[in-house]
Design a binder for this molecule. Structure first.
Ligand code: SAM
Length: 453
């Protein structure tokens, strides 16, 4: 791969770069890694070497045919670039996860950082996972659905829509859209589209996004800025911009030297940043910087539940599917949602300001008192384990995920969850003379020859 010359000029102050080794690393294959879902433990990749900065991160020797593995579709793991898993280390250094945290992942699709953060949060905590581009927001919703947590909601908003939300989030992640040079090894085509003008445009957009979101961070809250760019204009210069524009402190992280992560300081304000270079560690290019907001004058928003909202106790057979203790159900246009009890106020608050496209778990349509189950309910990590289920072989599981008709022996008529290696894949309904496949059409595997691919 031929790297653009201008790329080296774009990290003019990064004196420690060994150009030769950097170029050499770009001739090698990208690192393949996954992060396991602690709520859906399986034996997948157990024997693989761990990523040092991430408890559930694993390096793989080669890229398997991920699409042909039903456990990926069951949400047992997420394919994520290893350097970006460093977010976990930074979060653990700065946040007390035993406390209730209200978090926002502003640029979240396809969901790598959101699934990572959601695995660290306790049940009372809440993550708003946002993506402005609509088709990417759908992919984000799919991935968050598969990850299976009640306390991760999805919104599809422009960062400026968050401006009226003052002092709301304890943690805000800004994994900013960037020029992407850190991913050249993974996406060689990016090299052709890369130029200094794009870097400059990205830098301006990053500044706009930061302005739009800053007030939404709580006093004393943490803001984490990340890119997958090597360029200083999008990294250290943005750190300088943040320290100049906003009332924040830079946060330094103590990092074991042997990891090969490089600590940098911005030219003017000397803010800390952490850089990942492919010639120094097993991962792609990545940058992360953390800030703590200094006390500002905003007051916490007063959150209330209006009298006419439709929060229902157990008016249906929902308890056959989930334990609803400490939770509430919300009925909207016959759709029954399950959310954590303490999140009810947030459901109203966020719905007022944002385009909320996933909240809690959509359990199903309520027809009189019967829940017609939805896919989200099957994917929820805490659905009841005694729901009628049928275990599938690999071939059957793939047919199911392709939304083909499958012949399965069910012991009686009605709804069943189908499983692979004990993990839920979705619903079928046995009508007696045939079995209907309820796998969502938009999630189905399109490649008909996936097992031989
Ligand atoms: N955090 C994601 C993850 O870990 O999977 C990756 C996010 S990617 C680096 C940046 C995201 O920002 C993209 O999903 C992109 O659609 C979104 N984006 C693009 N333009 C944006 C804008 N003007 N404001 C906010 N987000 C934007």
């Amino acid at each position: 791969m031929l790297l653009p010359n201008q790329l080296f000029e774009s990290f003019k102050n990064v004196s420690f770069i060994d150009k030769g080794k950097f170029i050499e690393a770009h001739q090698q294959a990208p690192v393949i890694s996954v992060r396991l879902n602690p709520l859906k433990p399986s034996d997948a990749f157990n024997e693989m070497l761990g990523v040092p900065w991430c408890e559930y991160g694993k390096y793989l020797h080669e890229r398997p045919n991920f699409t042909a593995d039903p456990l990926l579709h069951a949400g047992c793991y997420y394919v994520q670039e290893a350097s970006s898993m460093f977010l976990e280390y930074a979060l653990k250094k700065l946040i007390h996860f035993e406390e209730t945290i209200i978090a926002l992942d502003l640029c979240a699709a396809p969901g790598g950082k959101s699934t990572l953060l959601s695995s660290l949060l306790n049940e009372e905590s809440l993550l708003i996972s946002n993506e402005v581009i609509q088709n990417r927001a759908s992919i984000l919703t799919e991935n968050m659905t598969k990850w299976g947590q009640l306390n991760t909601w999805v919104t599809a908003n422009d960062p400026k829509h968050f401006s009226p939300l003052k002092n709301v989030f304890d943690v805000v992640l800004i994994d900013a859209p960037c020029s992407g040079s850190g991913l050249f090894r993974k996406m060689p085509d990016f090299v052709n589209d890369w130029n200094q003008d794009t870097v400059h445009l990205c830098s301006q957009r990053q500044q706009r996004i930061l302005h739009d979101i800053f007030d939404a961070v709580k006093d004393d809250g943490i803001m984490i800025y990340m890119t997958c760019s090597f360029c200083e204009e999008e990294n250290e210069d943005i750190v300088d911009y943040i320290l100049n524009e906003f009332e924040v402190d830079t946060c330094s992280l103590k990092i074991p030297e042997e990891w090969g992560v490089v600590e940098t300081q911005s030219t003017k304000a000397k803010g800390y940043g952490y850089r990942f270079f492919p010639h120094l560690l097993r991962g792609e290019g990545f940058f992360l910087a953390c800030f703590r907001k200094k006390n500002a004058e905003h007051h916490l928003p007063k959150l209330t539940i209006s009298k006419n909202s439709k929060y229902k106790p157990e008016v249906s057979n929902i308890t056959e599917y989930v334990n609803i203790e400490s939770k509430v159900t919300i009925l909207q246009h016959d759709n029954l949602f399950l959310i954590e009890g303490s999140h009810a106020v947030y459901a109203e608050y966020f719905a007022k300001h944002l385009r909320l496209i996933k909240k809690g778990i959509l359990c199903g349509k309520l027809i009189r008192t019967e829940v017609i189950p939805e896919h989200e309910l099957a994917m929820y990590a805490n659905t009841r384990k005694d729901i009628a289920s049928v275990e599938l072989s690999l071939n059957e599981a793939i047919l199911y995920l392709q939304k083909e008709n499958i012949e399965i022996n069910c012991p009686h008529k009605g709804w069943f969850i189908v499983t692979y290696k004990g993990h839920n894949l979705g619903w079928i309904k046995n009508l007696g003379n045939r079995v209907n496949n309820y796998y969502p059409s938009n999630y189905r595997i399109l490649n008909k020859n996936i097992l031989s691919a």
